[in-house]
Design a protein around this ligand. Sequence first.
Ligand code: ADP
Ligand code: ADP
Length: 231
Amino acid sequence: VAVLRADALGKTYAEGRMRTPVFDGLDLAVMPGQTVAIVGASGAGKSTLLHLLGGLDTPTSGEVYVSGQRMSSLSDAARGRLRNQSLGFVYQFHHLLPEFTALENVMMPVMLGGADAQAASHKAKALLESVGLGHRLEHKPGELSGGERQRAAVARALVNKPACLLGDEPTGNLDEKTAAVVFDLMLELNRAQGTSLVLVTHDRRLAAKLDRTLELRSGRLYPLERAELAG
Ligand code: ADP
Ligand code: ADP
């Protein structure tokens, strides 16, 4: 079963009399372990699509299924639980809580899932070590470099072993070299844990490292061939 499926998805923003149609009839299926890049011009609707796939916003029409469960059929609480268990999120800016250490930031989703502090600390430490931050456990986000902060954000997103990681320009704020390191880290975790990846990126060279690249254009997703990515 697909970890993530969009079925005839439509979204129109309405503010007063202003209507902004973003897409209508968009389909997508992401299989377990599959890695998908989403590219497209600014304003094409990439962030909107990720928000709908992640259950942060509701579609105007169509359905999103996470691990086979129809999002619109769930209560807010059940949708929250499914998101916390099945999905991880990484953004361009890390969204770590500034007053907490790297370790505490990564422990939080585990404790939200009901684990006690000791179990959460154990898991969080192991993952921070595997992303190369074993020596930064007690540092707060302000005391980490940009690349270290993004690695901590990736650790936080993956600590509950979600079926799928959703990333909105997860390396967009990093220099080229650090971006490649963080991108490769997500690919390593994909191989090690089988986590599917759906990553919005404007960097076609990074996109070419994933199984599929889809371009969002005029409200639809179009597959791009390797050759188009290289060119
Ligand atoms: P992208 O991520 O590809 O740059 P977005 O998903 O952010 O595109 O935006 C797609 C379109 O929807 C744009 O025209 C944008 O102005 C519009 N839009 C995004 N968010 C909102 C919102 N909250 N209210 C109204 N319009 C929005
Ligand atoms: P942007 O303006 O590019 O969307 P923001 O800094 O405003 O970036 O926030 C990033 C995204 O995080 C927002 O779009 C918001 O919808 C999302 N977000 C808000 N609350 C949560 C949450 N509890 N879990 C995951 N993502 C969230």
